[in-house]
Design a protein around this ligand. Sequence first.
Ligand code: HT7
Ligand code: ZN
Length: 843
Amino acid sequence: PTTIYLSDYRPFGFDVISVELTFTLHPNRTRVASRIAFAPRPNGDGRFFLHGEDLKLISARIDGAPAEPDITDDGLTCAVPDRPFIWEAEVETDPAGNTALEGLYMSGGMYCTQCEAEGFRKITYYPDRPDVMSVFTVHIHGPHPVLLSNGNPVNRSENQASWHDPWPKPAYLFALVAGELHNHPGSFTTKSGREVELNLWVRPGDEGKCEFGMQALKDSMKWDEDVYGREYDLDIFNIVAVDDFNMGAMENKGLNVFNSSAVLASPDTSTDMNFERIEAIIAHEYFHNWTGNRITCRDWFQLCLKEGLTVYRDSQFTSDMRSAPVKRISDVIDLRGRQFAEDQGPLAHPVRPESFQEINNFYTATVYEKGAELIRMLRCLVGADAYSKAVDLYFDRHDGEACTIEDWLRVFEDQTGRNLTQFMRWYSQAGTPTLKVEEEWNSGVYTLIFTQSLKPSDATPDPLPQVIPIAAGLLAPDGREAVPTQVLEMTEATQSFSFEGLDARPVPSVMRGFSAPVVLESDLPVAHRAFLLAHDTDPFNRWEAGRSIARDSLLNAIRTGAAPDPAYMDGMRVTLQDDTLDPAYRALMLGLPGQSDLATALHKEGTTPDPDAIYAATEAMRDARAAHLGDLAQPVYAAHQVTEPFSPDARQAGHRALANAMLALLGRLDGGAQAARQYAAADNMTQKLAALSVMLEAGNGDDALAAFEAEWKDDRLVMDKWFALQVVASRPDQTAKIAARLTEHPDFNWKNPNRFRSVMGALAGHHPGFHAKDGAGYHLLADWLIRLDPVNPQTTARMCSAFQTWRRYDDARQTLIAAELDRILATPDLSRDTTEMLTRIRG
Ligand code: HT7
Ligand code: ZN
């Protein structure tokens, strides 16, 4: 496979003045006629190369005369005139045979497209690169009641529709949808008075699951106007729900396509977490209209330009719509679980990578989530006001352009006068920096001494110090805030910050709000953390204090078999009873570090993690906690029952989260009896699923599981939960067996990515089950990756990351995993996607 390098970037030699596409739909023989106006660029090299894959070329003409292109595996070249000309081609594609779900494909009888990153080349011959932007007109012929494309509708008659998108866009934002769909309509008036028609298109039967998504869209449109001053720019905005989709959703201009799991919701079928995720994804895709579509990426190395910024924007939106501390804590849990693990292993790469073989493999936690952290740090460094002005400048300066990270940072430099050369290292260096903190107290002067380090890696062999914004405050011994939060700007490898005029030695609270994506190492006394758990005014650090006490207690138990730390138990008791704290926040406080995160921590300190020992310690901690807090569980459970009609808002969701945390405690004491009562009485999926999960773990869930299946067998999204839950709630010695049994279920439609992930993703995420000593988990996943690869390389390759941490385990497990990796790699005709992932992982 060819490796593509950022340093090889060259602009395309032609401007694309306009694009006209005519689709004549047919399941196996769709015809696509293109009429494209090209003009040579003044300094272009004259080489006319159009991408194209899996296409049958029917005809090609230049200015009406037959052309004779040279066809290759990945496109065509052709001799063209040295002046503006019209390229016309007709190709044939096979949407029904397209199981990879990239390009034009079929899902449940409807036609749809997925073009990011490089899917448009499977639709027609075209310069399929994000820096080629043009205006598209699309005509669709087909006997379908709904025929959609980007932009505004210009013409509709029986079996035909035409669309015109006035905004120049790269081909990856092209979309087409056709089929028999039901509409859930809405409308929005923009701040300048434009009336926008909103439509949410769904498969017949899903009409009752649209209202929440429609409201989320309106909230997003309003928020982007209020907070970023960004207004919608077409007369219509369409969203379509599709069952077969490789990722969450896609921001095609004016025609967003969503995985149905990321848009359809109703109280009886969706959990509170589903609602929150759906709201965030709808916002994310909508926000791309400005950060991604109006201003796009010059090349795919700049992916974080649109994704990091848009993830950051959607996190701001969720913070405003719900609870800011809860959102921040959830994001950090996610970042540590996914991105830190990526950074620690063979898939580590900079937020802006410098090479790739298959771009689809770089839609990663590093590009998205760490990319968002960089924007957050930038805002922290320059301040909210300067951030706002710099972003306005970005929109003014670059609207309609395809940009780079350098362009993005330049607007901040121009706006603030800062030099961001050192900040750029966050984009170019791979890995998570470690930040060590020490303290000194000397005659009334308190000093914090920080040391940063970044482990050299293949991706970054000679790391240099980065700029780290350290939000820090100091607490007086009585718990008052002695020094309020200030941002210490660290630029050196080691740097000290002193505070004078203090009456007594303070307790430091550093990295408030998790102000930088680093691993904080602290030699500060353990008593500090209990103090912060009780007193910190920063909600993130208060949670962090509890979390780190829990983590250290678990790590001690794993290393030495020590009993759970009483300081943790006491802290949780106080937290649980503190009614001044948001219930959602208290529920988060009760969460324990994930078992995979514990393995990461052990590995970092040089210990080989034993998944069985980690599991045993976690279970012991849960039992001890249930025993210690058992007397509070029933009253707190009762106090947080919601009596008013169901609403998915943050307030009600918080009460349910805390009550369900209590239900889990009770499940360890009463064998799942309370959970059975909740299951029988619940009128919403959040309570049903939580109850079922507790019952399965307690061993009294079999009947409920069967009843659940009987009730929901026709609902695809609910059945995904049914499949996943059985794996998630399994005992480690049963996990692979249960997953294997589920793959034999008649509804295990493995070609559907959601269903595949519901079983295989759950298996890979079950730390002790996946890493069971006998290797059954590894073997089962490998079998299914081999089977899925020829059908859907993208989803296969993404799931390979389950193996990314393999080198941290013991020799026996490594031998088992290596054998599975080699077995997959030896599969004939393995896709480029999977080959790249496994080659990097295998090392
Ligand atoms: N920008 C979208 C990414 C995406 C995607 C990428 C590769 C293959 C399939 C895909 N589907 C969607 C989604 C987003 O980040 O908003
Ligand atoms: Zn995105």
